[in-house]
Design a protein. Structure first.
Length: 107
């Protein structure tokens, strides 16, 4: 008895494994590791959101539930793509400035 030939892949991109450090992404014949440290927007998402990935065109990935788009090259070479979006620093509450004569003691 012979086994049937495996079918064609239905997805050009597939999440194959998830750990607490990141996840593995299968792209055709290549498997890439996506680190949560380098790609923090994936860290606290559900597995369902993470595995819903599409190859939108050659070299570009899209997670529709997360509204995240990545170039495959940014996963292969994250050092070339430093994070641009960082948490905005809290703006300190501004106090009205005193004039130079206000608040000074006469001697």
């Amino acid at each position: 008895m012979t086994s049937a030939r495996p079918g064609k892949r239905t997805s050009a991109a597939e999440v194959t494994n998830v750990s607490r450090w990141g996840f593995w992404l299968l792209l055709g014949e290549r498997e890439l590791f996506v680190s949560f440290e380098q790609f923090p927007w994936f860290r606290d998402v559900s597995i369902g959101q993470l595995v819903d990935v599409k190859m939108t065109r050659a070299g570009h990935l899209h997670w529709p539930q997360l509204d995240v788009d990545l170039a495959v090259e940014s996963i292969e070479h994250p050092e070339r793509y430093p994070l641009v979006s960082k948490a905005a620093p809290r703006v300190a509450e501004r106090r009205p400035r005193r004039s130079r004569t206000q608040g000074t003691r006469e001697r």
